[in-house]
Design a protein around this ligand. Structure first.
Ligand SMILES: [Zn+2]
Length: 311
């Protein structure tokens, strides 16, 4: 019942290193946002899939250790990224299977899910920066930092991390929640949107709330932030109070509905991996929301951002 990056007591270390893999290091072979995971007890049907070590991929990708790129360590155990080549044939064996981001949302233990989604973010960035955007030459790995460098013109490309705000707008004992139009996820969400050029986070909060529901807010207060690797985003969570008129004017191409909900009317979120879920539950139950919420489980909020609008 924690956000996906809250992996304590495990320790995440993202310091750059050019180190090479050992046989018992973890390898995330990624293709199309999916990772090749291993079911170490193949006799168990629908068993749980985990991140393999290089020794377990040796037969499938013989040159894996030469090609892999260091990602980060958790509890001093290194994780490497291996990008599947287009022409490479990977046979799913029953114990090795491609698993996508939907699987990562529920994968246990959670620190391994965090490792897998963070690896897919790095994969997407590397795939989109194979060539220099300035001169078109093929980029190479920097020897000194997590970056891709153009050997011809010197342009440096860093991992793509897009800041976005998520806002819990309150009106006395009520919280503003909305439902997105045309999305698979049918639950209630908070107002969210990407930071635009020339904006502070606080200005993004005011603009997004005005654009999506036509409301003014005041007392914008920072809550928590969260890396949301599913969409290459850094979510910055804020509380804000309604300022003046509470009549909602919906941006109808984006939202299907929005309204004010009392604490009793806010449904319990069942998977609490997002900062948006935490803010809703924090508003509903207060500081000890985690104890009050108890041991509810199931499917939870998907933080849906306007990826399509940006694409
Ligand atoms: Zn270049």
């Amino acid at each position: 019942m924690k956000m996906i990056q809250d992996i304590a007591p495990h320790k995440y270390d993202n310091a750059f290193s050019g180190r090479k893999p050992e046989l018992d290091d973890y390898v995330l072979l990624i293709h199309n946002n999916s990772a090749l995971l291993i079911n170490r007890d193949a006799k168990i049907q629908d068993g749980s899939f985990e991140i393999p070590m290089f020794s377990e991929l040796a037969a499938t990708v013989p040159d894996a250790r030469e090609r892999a790129v260091y990602l980060f360590s958790i509890d001093e155990k290194p994780y490497f990224l291996l990008e599947k080549k287009e022409e490479e044939e990977i046979v799913e064996t029953g114990c090795l299977e491609w698993k996508g981001t939907q699987y990562f949302r529920m994968m246990e233990p959670m620190f391994q899910a965090f490792a897998a989604i963070t690896a897919t973010q790095v994969w997407r960035w590397r795939q989109s920066r194979k060539f220099c955007g300035h001169c078109g030459a093929r980029t190479t790995d920097s020897k000194t930092e997590r970056a891709l460098v153009c050997p011809v013109c010197g342009q440096i490309e860093y991992p793509k991390i897009s800041p976005a705000v998520i806002v819990a707008v309150t009106n006395g004992d009520k919280l503003l929640m909305s439902k997105y139009r045309g999305r698979a996820y049918r639950g209630y969400a908070l107002i969210a949107g990407f930071v635009e050029i020339g904006e502070t986070f606080e200005e993004t909060v005011h603009r997004e709330v005005m654009e999506e529901v036509g409301l003014k807010v005041k007392n914008v207060r920072y809550f928590k932030s969260q890396p949301w690797a599913f969409t290459d985003t850094e979510m910055i969570g804020f509380y804000a109070e309604l300022d003046g008129d509470d009549a909602i004017r919906l941006q109808e191409d984006e939202l299907a509905e929005a309204g004010w909900y009392t604490r009793e009317e806010i449904p319990d979120d069942e998977v609490l991996i997002s900062v948006g879920s935490e803010m809703k539950m924090h508003f509903k139950y207060g500081d000890d929301w985690m104890e009050k919420l108890g041991t509810v489980k199931g499917t939870g909020e998907t933080l849906e951002l306007r990826q399509s609008a940006r694409a």
